[in-house]
Design a protein around this ligand. Structure first.
Ligand code: SF4
Ligand code: FES
Length: 246
């Protein structure tokens, strides 16, 4: 069995300084980064042969569906559970996402992202006064867009890759805009459209997008975030005109 070196950026607690620690782990072709990290968990010994603290990382579904395991792998945001080590140059460098505060090692606090989803009312409210509202069958193209946008795992890769999403801006980022587009595809979702578009018109809303397109390249689900952003920009313009005309 071969060995491979993992170079991991470590931090014991949020306010502690970071340091780098290398680990040599057994490797067979086809192993994922999560599988390599599991070996450190079983035997936390660094490449100098010293016993050390086990590396802390998030792991949920182990099949690319929950987004919990996102980290920087050789400088790019990726899902550790779906990234095969064979395709990576060694040593494999693992770092926590940079756009969120570090909790410990590779685990970050993505509260800003989740709070923005709440701020933008990223859900569909039930319309109890209109029992037919949920029965409209959407067209095939809407169903296709709906399927694509609903594959978002909230991994945060698009936010990590976005230059507009940082500690100096309040930009909500592509994933939240994608969720608004998803909800507005359905008649029931449009019930609170005006409220969501108000959020999109504020500072940090869709107009803060710099149209760099990094989000599209970073999204592991291949979601067409560029079109979602363009559609919400159009909705914002129409809403602004509607408000202007009363
Ligand atoms: S849009 Fe893509 S990159 Fe962004 S959070 Fe969702 S799945 Fe992750
Ligand atoms: S653990 Fe769920 S996406 Fe990786």
């Amino acid at each position: 069995m071969e060995t491979i070196t993992l170079k991991i950026k470590r931090q014991e607690r949020p306010e502690a300084p970071y340091y780098w620690e290398d680990f040599k782990v057994s490797y067979t072709p086809g192993m994922t980064v999560t599988a390599l990290l599991t070996q450190i968990q079983k035997k936390p010994i660094n490449d100098r042969g010293e016993a050390t603290q086990s590396v802390v990382y998030e792991n949920g579904c182990c099949q690319g569906a929950c987004g919990a395991c996102t980290m920087l792998i050789n400088g790019r945001p990726r899902l550790a559970c779906s990234t095969i080590a064979d395709h990576l140059s060694a040593p494999i460098v693992l770092e926590p996402l940079t756009k969120f505060p570090v909790i410990r090692d590779l685990v970050v606090d993505r509260s800003r992202f989740f709070n923005d989803l709440i701020r933008a009312s990223s859900w569909i409210s039930s319309d109890f006064n209109n029992p037919d509202a949920g029965l409209v069958i959407p067209s095939e193209s809407i169903q296709k867009s709906y399927r694509e946008l609903s594959s978002c795992t909230f991994c945060g890769s698009c936010l990590e890759a976005c230059p507009q999403y940082n500690s100096r801006s309040s930009f909500v980022g592509a994933a939240v805009i994608g969720q608004i587009r998803l909800i507005h595809l359905l008649p029931m979702g449009r019930m609170e459209a005006s409220q969501r578009l108000s959020i999109m018109m504020e500072e940090g809303g869709v107009e803060d997008c710099g149209h760099v397109g990094n989000c599209v390249k970073a999204c592991p689900e291949g979601i067409d975030l560029r079109s979602a952003i363009a559609r919400i920009e159009r909705e914002v313009t129409v809403e602004a005109v509607r408000r202007l005309l009363g």
